[in-house]
Write a protein that binds this ligand. Sequence first.
Ligand code: IMP
Ligand code: MG
Length: 170
Amino acid sequence: MEILITQQQIQSRVAELARQIEADYTGRPLSLIGVMTGSLMLLADLARSIQIPSRVGVIQAGSYRGATTVSGTLLINDSFLPDVAGRDVIILDDILDTGHTLSSLRDLISKLGPNSITTGVLLRKIGRQIIPIEPDYTGFEIPNRFVIGYGLDYNDDYRHLPHIGVLHES
Ligand code: IMP
Ligand code: MG
């Protein structure tokens, strides 16, 4: 496995995003909503780095099975989503690929009466987007490779890695 982004690089970029979010959300009722399971590490690290009050919640979405990066039917489970009415929501996901997940979740959450919604991703794959959605916070832009670690999985493995790696075909 080749390391694409080191643990150190992730941690310093997450800290930069936290400073941006503090500047943008001071005095506002901030809710960080992580897309499970891939955003788990980003959500935990960002929430602890942001030095203004916030709430933390999750929503689950998935469409990928194994290694495939062909978008199937998106399955959304919002039964753990906290009340976001009147809140300033940032939806956090691990990676922006085709854009289906983030745009579907933004549409769904926008119907629940939030004060505002923005989106943040750790990674954005270049040349893969089908649905036009511009994340407000992006950690890193990466080439079109299948990546794992820091929440991202292959067949539910490798999420625990503290860095982002590229998994080779074999
Ligand atoms: P989108 O809906 O096509 O933008 O896909 C976003 C979702 O696909 C993410 O939440 C990931 O779970 C998954 N995904 C896309 N690319 C990768 C990858 O390279 N490695 C692991 N998961 C990926
Ligand atoms: Mg995901």
